[in-house]
Structure formats: C-alpha cells, structure tokens
Design a protein around this ligand. Structure first.
Ligand SMILES: NC(=O)c1ccc[n+]([C@@H]2O[C@H](COP(=O)([O-])OP(=O)(O)OC[C@H]3O[C@@H](n4cnc5c(N)ncnc54)[C@H](OP(=O)(O)O)[C@@H]3O)[C@@H](O)[C@H]2O)c1
Length: 278
C-alpha cells in the first residue's frame, strides 16, 4: 500500500498567510475565496479601488472561517506603489508571507494599425514589470515564511492561454496583452529555477475565458457565455471553482513538487488544432 502522509491535510492551507493582487473582483476574488476556504489564517488583498477592496473583504469575512482579512489598496502599475505596498504588507504580516498570487492585470484590445505605444506599455508594465518587482520585493517575506514553517512558500502568477496560443487579432487585437502573458509565463519558469533553492516555488495558471469585468465585452461579442464555451472541448467557459481548485492545489502540500509549471484552465481549448471545428 502506498504511504500517504496525513491525507486530510494534503489540500489544507491552515495557518498560512496569503496575498492576492487584484483580489477585489473577478479571478482574484475567486482565488482569495479559495485560499480562505482552504484555511488561510490571514489574507491580504489589494487593488487600486479602496471601496471595492473593502467590499471584497466584507464578502470574504462572510465566509466565517475565522481568517483575518484585510486590504491594502495600491496602484501596482507604479514601482513606488509596489514598494509602498510591500512595506505595508511586511508590517501587517510580521514580515512573513506563505503565498503570493500575482493576479492583477489589464487588457487592451485594438486593431493592429491603431494599437498605440501607450496601450502596449500599459499591459507590459502592469502584467510583467510590476509582477517581477512585486515578486522581487516579496522574496524576503516568502523566504522567511518558508524558513520558519519548514514548508515551501508559493507564488502563483496569472498568465492566460493567449500567452500560449494566438488570441484575438483584427479589430480587437490583443497584441501587447498576448505578449505580456507569454512573458509572464516565461518569467515564472525563470524565477522557479532562481527561487526554488531559496524555498519558494513558482507556478503559473493560464486561464481561458472566465466571466469578469475584463471579459464582459468579449463574451458579449461572441454571443454570450454559452456560445463562447462552444469553442472548448468541454463545451463551456470557466467558473469560480476552476480557479479555486487550481490555486489551492498549487499552494498546498498537494502541489509541493510542482515548480515552474504552467497550468492551462480552459477545458482543453489550447490543444485544439485550428483545423478542427467543434
Ligand atoms: N477573465 C478571464 O477570462 C481571464 C483569462 C485569462 C487571464 N486573466 C487574467 O486574470 C487576471 C484577473 O483578470 P479578471 O478577469 O479578474 O479582471 P478584472 O475583473 O478586470 O480584475 C482585475 C483586478 O486587478 C485590479 N487591478 C487592475 N489594475 C490594477 C493596478 N494598476 N493596480 C492594482 N490592481 C489593479 C482590479 O482592481 P482595480 O481596477 O480597482 O485596481 C481588479 O481587482 C488578469 O491578470 C487577467 O489578465 C483573465
């Protein structure tokens, strides 16, 4: 018989301190919900909008798990704001963070001929540069948590399947966005090698389409959620549980030997050859 150590704790995050950027809504709020339900003791979310953060904190507290939940609003597109955020984070976490979900991101869809430098800059800045700066500045906090707990700290970055395959082109082309998501997936692999020996594991999720403020227009253009889901082998788009399941797996003991991986969450759409009509 295989010797499984303490199966009930395999997916537990009991006692952990976790941080979710862009945790006020959408995929970030799904991730924060999963981390809370899996037992995190302390959860910190951030986004630019203080009142949206406060609402999200309230909804997370209503899960009544006993976790301490708070928000530290910040504009992560600015390097000085990333610095301020990490300083405040260190103060409220005693300098120890077990889990960092680098989720905050922005999209831009515009025709190739009109796609401006400012649009390209905006997505590369928030989706790549600020993720790098955030992870770099959080590394001492993650290292400290790993040392004290004797368990690997975790970073999960949020890429996209458009960073794996070609996404939207034409009128709503996502040129800068696709490049930024491919870049963050590669950065994650790079940092997995750099930080693994320092007790920190890095993995990325690559979601397909999930309903959120970001994708509302795109889903409407496709004719709604049901029609949008038809392009995927499992016939649907994403739902909150899909994010929760993958985040909890990657951050728990169950994911302890997974490092430098990219987990597509799209029902298999990313492996459908373009010649196959579903
Ligand atoms: N939804 C999808 O189908 C999908 C698919 C693949 C990948 N993704 C990725 O998943 C992540 C979340 O997307 P979502 O769909 O949940 O989008 P969303 O609903 O627009 O949420 C984005 C979150 O990031 C925050 N944010 C945006 N700019 C920020 C900034 N400068 N500083 C700090 N926080 C900022 C937003 O809050 P504020 O605006 O208040 O700051 C919000 O909390 C993104 O990285 C996105 O690229 C989404």
């Amino acid at each position: 018989m295989s010797q499984i150590q303490d199966y009930p704790s395999l997916f537990s995050l009991a006692g952990k301190t976790a941080v979710v950027t862009g945790g006020s809504r959408g995929l970030g709020l799904h991730a924060a919900t999963g981390l809370t339900l899996a037992g995190c003791a302390k959860l910190i979310i951030t986004s630019r909008n203080a009142s949206a953060c406060a609402d999200a904190v309230k909804s997370l507290q209503s899960l009544s798990t006993g976790a301490t939940t708070l928000s530290l609003p910040a504009d992560l597109s600015s390097p000085s704001e990333v610095e301020r955020f990490v300083k405040e984070l260190a103060a409220v976490t005693d300098g120890k963070v077990d889990i960092l979900i680098a989720n905050a991101g922005a999209v831009w869809g515009e025709a190739f001929d009109r796609h401006s430098d400012a649009a390209f800059d905006k997505v590369m800045n928030l989706n790549v540069r600020s993720v790098f700066n955030l992870i770099r500045l959080c590394t001492p906090l993650l290292e400290r948590a790993a040392k004290q707990s004797g368990q690997k700290a975790r970073v999960v970055t949020v890429g996209s399947t458009v960073g794996l395959n070609i996404g939207a082109i034409g009128e709503h082309g996502m040129y800068g966005y696709a490049a930024s998501k491919a870049a963050v997936l590669h950065l994650t692999k790079h940092l997995a090698v750099e930080l693994g020996p320092r007790g920190i594991l890095l993995n990325a999720i690559a979601p397909g389409v999930f309903p959120s403020k970001m994708t509302k227009g795109m889903i409407a253009l496709a004719g709604g959620e049901e029609d949008m889901g038809k392009g995927s082998p499992d016939g649907r788009i994403g739902k909150p549980e899909d994010i929760v399941g993958s985040i909890v797996f990657l951050c728990s003991r169950a994911g302890e030997h997974v490092n430098g991986a990219v987990l597509p969450i799209d029902g298999g759409k990313h492996v459908v050859p373009s010649t196959v009509k579903l």
